[in-house]
Design a protein around this ligand. Structure first.
Ligand code: NAP
Length: 593
């Protein structure tokens, strides 16, 4: 083991521990912005990509470097812009103009980047002697150290919505410093493809960051993991080709890990994005012996990696290993249903971080090792939190029998029938006249119906009538951690009206009404007492303790888990059938008139 590798491993571990402490302090409210923020930071693979794109090692290296620069820039620009868009929504005293206002930090970083590139173009010849100087290398090192500190402070800022934007501003500054510093890297001799990649990536990233609707955040996140992983894979391949027979075992190990993790994350994330976007069927695709096939494939892939480490010159094994990694990512995700994709995305986030760190080891770039480790820890922690909140294990999500849940659910549903009470919007208007406190419970159906603005408006009408309104947020309501927080914040609901599950549950017994808007599983009382239910053990919002319960959904169909909800047969529960947005709008009109 070389000294550099040893130092790199220490850095990787320490960054992981630090990341764990910082990220476990991020409140559930900010889990979705956290995902996109770490995603943007993992775009630090840009620094390695810039060197490969500009170093003229070979035409193939330049081509791969160019694609990697484009992918990483897309992640940096898109990730920071969408994070800023989300964080601007989390405000107490909302500035209505803020919706149009662009992320100050993101623009500053972009302007800095552009200024750096233009300066390089303009004074290229004058700067050339300087670029070869040893002092410049020192300056580059210091810029990376400062960037790492700024990233850590950025993540620390996410521990509260009040400081989150300032934190992200620091992270953006860190990214701009690292990127501009790298443009002066002594290995870079040509800037043409760097500039094209930076511009192309910025345009694609900015379009994604600025215009993608909040409901499409899960698929955007998956897509950017795949871009980051593609960048890492291409750089790994290019480094393998560049070093050829001179590859030692240490370098081969790091390149192998980079390519394997990057390759499987690339295809796995693409599949996840396609499933979430509805381009591929969301249903799990299963066949007999699936897990055995996947494990066999994994074994062959690991075997080829070991073979290459032992004999780095066994060139023909390398393409086989890359191909297997790409295939494995694809096969790993097809048996997983669209509804489980958030956990998969988080896990892939963690893999993308590891691929990034591996790239850092290959290029011996410490800032990449640190950021990759932080990203890896963040994805891993979020996956664990989601699994815990769903009362499922990560192994069950990845390799569990996903069709099985639906079958079990059918059984439960058949036994849980009873009488269902319906209520009309006009009757609901009368009912709301008699209540003093309402707890609104948003769920996935609210996101599907885009009913967040209507719900916020309804809450305002109720508050004007002197009714106490609170929102109850379950950690896995919707399809992303913190999904409901982001949607409600988008509708300008002040975050101090949002109560997390543990905070709100004691209030249900005192509430006159629990108004459930498109939520289902997270309110199912079977989770508390029915051992036969797949939901058993999942912590739920205890809506059945409220004096009355009204559910806004289109039918009695089950939610994500496929389990019938026994709440709907409770005598104090009333169903108001219809699309959540239409129903809420009708209610507002009824109340106002
Ligand atoms: P849910 O159990 O999936 O139920 C959503 C309900 O929304 C459905 O029953 C559906 O009923 C209704 N709906 C759909 N479109 C609607 C529309 N246009 N108007 C009105 N209602 C509509 O949702 P949830 O209670 O939010 O629970 C989330 C589930 O996702 C949990 O099981 C959780 O474990 C899982 N999950 C969450 C995450 C995460 O991070 N948030 C991650 C992985 C898994 P109708 O069809 O009858 O309208």
């Amino acid at each position: 083991m070389t000294i550099e590798l040893e130092i790199g491993l220490y850095i990787f571990m320490l960054a992981g521990f630090l990341g764990y402490h910082l990220i476990s302090r991020v409140p559930p409210l900010l889990h979705t912005p956290l995902m996109s923020a770490t995603n943007a930071m993992s775009g630090i693979s840009l620094v390695g990509s810039l060197v490969v794109a500009g170093a003229a090692y070979s035409p193939l290296s330049t081509a791969f470097g160019f694609v990697a620069v484009t992918c990483s820039t897309t992640n940096v620009v898109g990730g920071f812009l969408i994070t800023d868009r989300m964080l601007r929504m989390f405000r107490r005293d909302q500035d209505r103009l803020a919706k149009r206002e662009l992320g100050r930090g993101a623009w500053l970083a972009a302007a800095g980047l552009l200024a750096g590139v233009l300066a390089l173009l303009r004074w290229r010849e004058e700067l050339r002697p300087l670029l070869r100087g040893a002092d410049l290398t020192q300056a580059l090192r210091f810029s990376y150290i400062l960037s790492a500190a700024l990233f850590i402070l950025g993540l620390k800022g996410l521990s509260s919505p009040r400081h989150a934007r300032q934190g992200m501003f620091l992270a953006e500054l860190g990214m701009a410093m690292a990127v501009i510093g790298t443009l002066f890297h002594p290995d870079i001799v040509a800037y043409r493809w760097i500039i094209v990649g930076l511009i192309l990536g910025s345009v694609v990233g900015a379009s994604m960051g600025l215009w993608i609707p909040m409901t499409a955040v899960p698929q955007r996140t998956a897509l950017s993991h795949s871009l980051g992983a593609l960048a890492a894979t291409l750089i790994g391949i290019s480094e393998y080709i560049r070093h050829g027979d001179a590859l030692g075992q240490v370098l081969m190990t790091t390149i192998g890990l980079e390519v394997v993790i990057g390759g499987l994350t690339f295809t796995g994330s693409l599949m996840a994005a396609a499933k979430l976007q509805g381009l591929l069927p969301g249903a799990p695709v299963t066949y007999p012996g699936q897990n055995a096939t996947n494990f066999a494939l994994l074994a062959v892939m690991v075997g080829s990696l070991v073979c290459l480490i032992v004999t780095p010159s066994a060139g023909s094994v390398f393409p086989l290993m890359v191909g297997l990694a790409l295939l494995f990512g694809f096969l790993l995700v097809i048996p997983i249903g669209a509804a489980d994709m958030p956990v998969v995305i988080s896990l892939l986030n963690s893999y993308a971080g590891l691929a990034d760190a591996a790239m850092g080891f290959v290029l011996m770039n410490k800032i990449q090792i640190i950021t990759g480790s932080l990203d890896g820890t963040s994805g891993f922690l979020l996956s664990l939190l989601m699994c815990r909140a769903m009362n499922r294990s990560a192994v069950n999500v990845l390799f569990g029998a996903f069709g099985k849940i639906e079958k079990e659910a059918e059984g439960t549903a058949a036994g849980a029938k009873g009488t269902v009470r319906r209520i009309a919007p006009e009757e609901m208007g009368v009912l709301l006249d008699s209540v003093r406190s309402v707890i609104i419970v948003p769920g996935y159906g609210l996101a599907v119906a885009q009913a967040q603005h209507g719900v916020a408006e309804l809450a305002k009408v109720l508050i004007k009538r002197g009714i106490d309104v609170k929102y109850a947020i379950h950690p896995v309501a919707g399809r992303m951690p913190g999904h409901m927080n982001v949607l409600l914040a988008e509708a300008n609901v002040p975050y101090d009206q949002l109560y997390q599950m543990d905070q709100i549950n004691p209030y249900f017994a005192e509430a006159d009404m629990a108004l459930i808007v498109g939520a289902n599983d997270v309110t199912n009382p079977a989770a508390r007492h029915n051992r036969a239910s797949p939901l058993y053990g999942m912590p739920i919002l205890e809506v059945d303790r409220a004096k009355s319960v009204v559910v806004l959904k289109r039918s009695l169909r089950p939610g994500f888990s496929g389990v019938d909800n026994e709440l709907y047969y409770n005598p104090k529960c009333m169903m108001l059938f219809g699309d959540a947005k239409d129903t809420v709008n009708t209610l507002i009109v009824a109340l106002k008139s």
